[in-house]
Design a protein around this ligand. Structure first.
Ligand code: ZN
Length: 106
């Protein structure tokens, strides 16, 4: 399993999306064995993917988001896959595992 930081405070869209991104990312990694397996690169891909998805699904309050997300689960997964693939390409093109730059995403 890829370790993704979970926020406390019950189910939120963010936790839900982190779960979806984590699952999709594991599938992508299985299909891309050449991608760097270090924790830094994996964290970067997840951070990039979540930042893209959060931009698309930023809605509140949290309960309403979750209901909406569940209704369109297939679309959410398709979006998550796209975001993860973009993150993988971005990180593979410019891995930061030996650099000092930090993402602004947490
Ligand atoms: Zn790496």
């Amino acid at each position: 399993m890829i370790s993704i930081e979970q926020e406390l405070g019950g189910m939120s869209m963010r936790n839900y999306m982190e779960e979806v991104v984590g699952e999709v990312f594991e599938e992508v990694l299985r299909n891309n064995p050449d991608f760097c397996q270090c924790a830094k690169c994996k964290q970067d891909v997840v951070a990039i993917a979540l930042s893209k998805i959060r931009g698309r699904y930023a809605v509140s309050p949290e309960g309403e988001i979750l209901a909406r997300v569940e209704q369109s689960d297939r679309q959410v997964r398709a979006d998550a896959l796209l975001a993860v693939m973009q993150g993988v390409k971005q990180v593979a093109a410019k891995p930061r595992h030996d650099g000092t730059a930090e993402l602004t995403e947490e």
